[in-house]
Design a protein around this ligand. Structure first.
Ligand SMILES: *Cc1c(COP(=O)(O)O)cnc(C)c1O
Length: 222
């Protein structure tokens, strides 16, 4: 089913938008199935799980980290991760910079914003983002590169609400672009949209969509 699901979704993704197959909790056999169908971008939300899957999957997979990142877990993803979507503090950004330096690489990152009305979702607000970007500490980091923003909409069937939260994230992106990244072509990513709302996210300007259950089936947490 993975191949059929993937092909169906890929056919709805316009040029200029990249699909991340969110494979968290799923066995590598299913990732391999998606890989064989042509998928190269995979998203995981646990550092150790990503490390273990990276060890056995082909080398040309692009690994996207999309979960809450603890500073002491950065070392498990730093050697190979393509993009960390979930930077929500200066502390975690500093930890990523430190590990990236050890591997002599620059790690691309997104700032995660809190755009949903649920209390539980991680993320910065605009004031916190400005504080981070204007701090002396941030200016000293040379092994991370902030390439855009990420957010999760409220888990609701109210699609007008979801749409307005995505529009809000797009406005945040534009504000930051104007204030801090005007001459930086690499600041171009808006990561938003999951299985049930990615089509709306694309209409509202997403450049990266993160789709899990529509490709791999519902997740079972034990
Ligand atoms: C799990 C997850 C997704 C994918 O969710 P689905 O509803 O299964 O498509 C996307 N983004 C993040 C941050 C996730 O944790």
């Amino acid at each position: 089913m993975v191949k059929e699901n993937l092909n169906r979704i890929v056919s709805t993704i316009p040029e200029g938008v990249r699909l991340i197959a969110v494979s968290k909790t799923k066995p590598v056999e299913m990732l391999q199935e998606a890989y064989d169908a042509g998928q190269r971008l995979f998203g995981e939300n646990k550092a150790l799980e990503m490390r273990d899957k990276h060890a056995v999957m082909p080398n040309d997979v692009e690994w996207h980290f999309i979960g809450h990142l603890q500073t002491n877990k950065v070392k498990y993803i730093a050697p190979y991760v393509s993009l960390i979507h979930s930077i929500d503090s200066l502390t975690v950004l500093e930890a990523v910079d430190k590990e990236a330096r050890k591997h002599e690489r620059v790690i691309d990152c997104l700032l995660q914003f809190h755009i949903a009305s649920e209390e539980t979702k991680f993320g910065l607000d605009m004031d916190e983002a400005r504080q981070l970007l204007e701090s002396d500490e941030y200016r000293e980091l040379h092994h991370v590169r902030i390439c855009g923003v990420m957010g999760m909409a409220t888990n609701t069937g109210d699609m007008d609400k979801v749409r307005s939260e995505f529009a809000h994230l797009r406005n945040i992106f534009s504000d930051l672009k104007c204030s801090y990244f005007k001459d930086n072509d690499f600041f171009k990513e808006i990561s938003m949209g999951m299985s049930h709302d990615y089509a709306i996210a694309i209409e509202e300007g997403a450049t990266l969509v993160r789709v899990g259950s529509s490709i791999f089936g519902e997740r079972i947490y034990i």
